[in-house]
Design a protein around this ligand. Structure first.
Ligand code: HEC
Ligand code: HEC
Ligand code: HEC
Ligand code: HEC
Length: 337
């Protein structure tokens, strides 16, 4: 412990002490949670549109067709298998996105490379020649590869009273402001890579891991310990992290003894997410991050004599009834004794 370190400890300690006693309270969410995310920045130049076309507006919302996936699976096995394991399996059937009154609709052929000058214009992407025992050709719509397609269901608007009039969902408005959108990535780029009907979401650990970087830093004079866990959203997320309302990232810092057990009174935690009161009308806090934004969980506590390591964690809480969530990032540092 150098003199410089000690000075930092004292200054940081004093700042945190003056800043609010709540930091000292064990098991208490960090004070940043009183925060409400700032309004979205203005639309950047070149932001893609998320307006539904007239066709999309007439397509959604609509009652789902009667067909489930069973029939479709006989010919579209890959889509059916992926869909069956996805969040859409219990909520949107194949027909819900592809069939209206017996007519089939799909993305058509993938956009072709621009034809060299002089070549005849490429045929419009009429897909499916009717297959024997299959179905009539589907009508191609470029909208299937647009954000507006997903927004038809995922962005319900609906103002939240008490949340500064913030809409219940701003997913597409957020997306329009991300580096991903500006480089041409749509919802499908991340959630349906190569057209895969997987719709990987918050339950997909690898997807969530890529969406942030984390860094824990601590210093100690042997008696006090000061530090922080910083989580920064990356460009691999195409809206605020975590998206929506019910999903949360839980940040925790604990001192562990040699047996790996948490030492009493050393636990601190914070939440990245947007929480509403039980009536769903008032926003309690919104600490979600746009790509590039960071959130800090500050730490100051007595360094316990039995402390072997300081453990920092980020956990994905998919289901609020299991508030511990699944650990998606962890760091353990030895504290010089
Ligand atoms: C008997 C076989 C068969 C069945 C059953 C079947 N399809 Fe198809 N479907 C095809 C063939 C063949 C094509 C054309 C080749 C392709 O694009 O995969 C096609 C094309 C499509 C397309 C167009 C893809 C594009 O590129 O635009 C969609 C969407 C589609 N089918 C959805 C469905 C749905 C939804 C069901 C169930 C309600 C279904 N199909 C049932 C054989 C079938
Ligand atoms: C939530 C909406 C949704 C549901 C549900 C859905 N699809 Fe799709 N489907 C899409 C979108 C969007 C695309 C275009 C993806 C892309 O190309 O990026 C697509 C593409 C397709 C294609 C064309 C694939 C290709 O590469 O040409 C077929 C065939 C298809 N879907 C069949 C099905 C079948 C069968 C089911 C049910 C098992 C199903 N879809 C369920 C939205 C959906
Ligand atoms: C017809 C309505 C509809 C369309 C169109 C639709 N979704 Fe969904 N989606 C739902 C519903 C309903 C759920 C399940 C409820 C929920 O958790 O949000 C869901 C769930 C999801 C999930 C998982 C969320 C979770 O809670 O596990 C992802 C990711 C997702 N959709 C992405 C997409 C993308 C990307 C598109 C566009 C290609 C799309 N959806 C189009 C209705 C739709
Ligand atoms: C650059 C990649 C990227 C783009 C583009 C993107 N997302 Fe996501 N999305 C993610 C990641 C990573 C997560 C998981 C972390 C989170 O919840 O923010 C996620 C989570 C979600 C979830 C929550 C899934 C769940 O299980 O709760 C939904 C719904 C969703 N995205 C829909 C969309 C829609 C709709 C669009 C387009 C308007 C879109 N996403 C654009 C990367 C992306």
């Amino acid at each position: 412990m150098t003199r410089k370190h000690l000075a930092i400890v004292v200054i940081l300690g004093a700042a945190v002490l003056c800043g609010g006693r709540s930091i000292w309270r064990a098991n208490h969410p960090d004070p940043v949670e009183a925060a409400h995310a700032a309004a979205l920045p203005p639309l950047p130049a070149g932001a893609p549109s998320a307006e539904p076309s007239a066709w999309l507006a007439s397509f959604f919302p609509a009652p789902e067709g009667p067909a489930g996936a069973g029939h479709c699976a006989t010919c579209h096995a890959a889509e059916a298998a992926a869909w069956a394991a996805s969040a859409h399996a219990t909520t949107v059937s194949c027909a819900g996105c592809h069939v209206r009154e017996g007519s089939f609709h799909g993305p058509g052929a993938a956009p072709a490379e621009p034809a060299p000058a002089g070549d005849p214009a490429p045929m419009p992407a009429a897909s499916a020649p009717a297959s024997p025992g299959g179905h009539a050709p589907s009508t191609p719509h470029a909208e299937f590869r647009s954000a507006a397609f997903c927004a038809s269901c995922h962005d319900d608007g609906g103002a939240v009273t008490g949340g500064e009039g913030k809409p219940r969902s701003e997913l597409t408005a957020e997306w329009q402001r991300t580096p991903a959108a500006l480089r041409g990535d749509t919802c499908q780029s991340c959630h349906m890579p190569d057209g895969a009907h997987t719709w990987r979401g918050f339950g997909h650990v690898e997807l969530v891991r890529g969406a942030f970087t984390a860094r824990a830093k601590f210093i100690s004079d042997g008696q006090q310990m000061v530090g922080k866990l910083t989580v920064t959203a990356t460009e691999a997320v195409g809206h605020r992290l975590p998206s929506g309302i019910s999903r949360e990232l839980r940040l925790t810092i604990d001192q562990l003894d040699h047996a790996g057990l948490i030492l009493e009174g050393t636990h601190r935690e914070g939440v990245l997410g947007r929480r509403l009161d039980p009536t769903g009308t008032t926003e309690l806090f919104d600490t979600r991050l746009l790509p590039g934004e960071a959130h800090e969980l500050p730490y100051i506590a007595a360094l316990e004599a039995e402390c072997a390591v300081v453990r920092s964690r980020v956990s994905a809480v998919v289901d609020p009834s299991h508030p511990d969530g699944e650990v998606v990032w962890e760091d353990k540092v030895l504290i010089p004794g």
